[in-house]
Design a protein around this ligand. Structure first.
Ligand code: COA
Length: 172
């Protein structure tokens, strides 16, 4: 198993896995398959290459050389928001779940957030019914601070989103 930041050469593999994620777990992402299916490889590359200003990077996890999961870290650059970062778009391919890959991705993002000067907290949003992801985040110390009712509409169904936060500047 390898974990590293994705770069432009990973764009085809990322796009294939991302579209699989949007098809297989539509409730887990705010983007839809329809939103992303027509993106060119150049557009995808621009979205995964670490941003020059540090505002975004994407970790990928590989098994036997194949991309099997990913997660993004978003770091707003505006002065009043720079103390926070957001985790987004976490996914592990179904065949490789419950083997610790999600936890490896999560801990890589947390370590990266800790390494950014001034970042004191890491936030994320998760579908309120996503028990697997909530258990994973809880195991890393994230706590729920609120719920946005009807954050997503998928077809005729509304989904609430829980907002979780991990404070990086407190221990224990
Ligand atoms: C959520 C997800 C990333 C977890 O990935 P994973 O590689 O299976 O997670 P791990 O094997 O590292 O699990 C770590 C811990 O998370 C919790 N967990 C993971 N899957 C779980 C499940 N299905 N049910 C209950 N707890 C679960 C457990 O505490 C687990 O530890 P354990 O296996 O020792 O009990 C994966 O299920 C996934 O990609 N789901 C679809 C997309 C998604 O929901 N993304 C999150 C969007 S916010």
């Amino acid at each position: 198993m390898d974990i590293r930041l994705l770069d432009r050469n990973d764009a085809p593999a990322y796009q294939a896995l991302r579209l699989q994620a949007l098809r297989e777990s539509p409730d887990a992402f705010s983007a839809s398959h329809e939103d992303e299916a027509t993106r060119s490889i150049d557009e995808v590359a621009a979205r995964i290459v670490p941003a020059a200003d540090g505002s975004m990077c994407m970790f990928g996890i590989f098994e036997s050389g194949a991309l099997t999961g990913f997660v993004a870290l978003v770091h707003p650059q505006r002065k009043k928001l720079r103390h926070g970062a957001e985790l987004a778009g976490m996914y592990v391919a179904p065949a490789l779940r419950r083997r610790g890959l999600g936890a490896v991705l999560l801990h890589a993002v947390i370590a990266h957030a800790r390494s950014i000067d001034g970042v004191r907290q890491l936030g994320l949003g998760v579908n309120a019914t996503n028990e697997a992801a909530k258990a994973l985040y809880r195991s890393a110390g994230f706590v729920r601070w609120g719920v946005q009712p009807r954050a997503l509409q998928i077809g005729n169904v509304f989904h609430d989103e829980e907002h979780l936060l991990l404070r990086l500047d407190v221990t224990g």
